[in-house]
Design a protein around this ligand. Structure first.
Ligand code: ZN
Length: 190
């Protein structure tokens, strides 16, 4: 299999070189320069980070994304031009698991999926639609305290129902998950 290098362009405009391994394949991807999914200052804390140790202590699972603080109804934006591959609308008024998934491509045409969790897609959107970079795709739903967007990234196209967390005895990177913090190039401001 071809060996390639993962290049992360950190928003702070310095380069960081690393390798991402997914199912035996090393992807060549140029990360960075993506729009902020909440179009504002992203805020999190250690429990809400990707693979947070505190999350494992509190929930007994590995957290597969990063939780970005918001409020119910706050608009969520597509980080890049991509194709909607999955929409789930949860009717629950609380603990709402609505999510929308968009497939994007890196500069090297490798696909990856962003799962926008606790996000109810706008009703005019449907699977197969292309959304623009920065286009509003939905609103944050009522889940947890504080309310947040669960932002998760998996290499390839991801349609399985499972998202959000994984058994503590598994390694998410073996299944294609990558760190959204590194992907988006931001630091925990707390
Ligand atoms: Zn989460």
């Amino acid at each position: 299999m071809k060996k390639v290098v993962l290049i992360l362009t950190i928003l702070a405009s310095f380069l960081c070189v690393s390798n991402a391994v997914y199912a035996g394949t090393e992807y060549s991807v140029s990360f960075g320069n993506w729009d902020n999914p909440l179009a504002g200052r992203m805020k999190t804390n250690t429990e809400w980070n990707y693979l947070s140790a505190q999350y494992q202590i509190n929930h007994g699972k590995k957290h597969l994304g990063v939780d970005l603080e918001g409020y119910v109804g706050k608009q969520v934006y597509s980080i890049e031009r991509g194709e909607i591959i999955y929409i789930y609308i949860d009717d629950s008024s609380t603990y709402n698991m609505s999510n929308i998934r968009i497939r994007y491509y890196t500069d090297d045409y490798d696909s990856f999926t962003v799962i926008y969790g606790h996000c109810e897609a706008f009703s005019h959107l449907k699977v197969g639609d292309t959304v623009r970079r920065g286009e509003g795709i939905g609103n944050i739903t009522d889940y947890g305290i504080p309310k947040h967007l669960h932002f998760e990234i998996k290499l390839g196209s991801y349609l399985s129902d499972a998202w959000g967390q994984m058994s503590s005895n598994k390694n998410p990177s073996d299944y294609g998950w990558v760190s959204p913090e590194i992907f988006l190039g931001y630091n925990d401001p707390s």
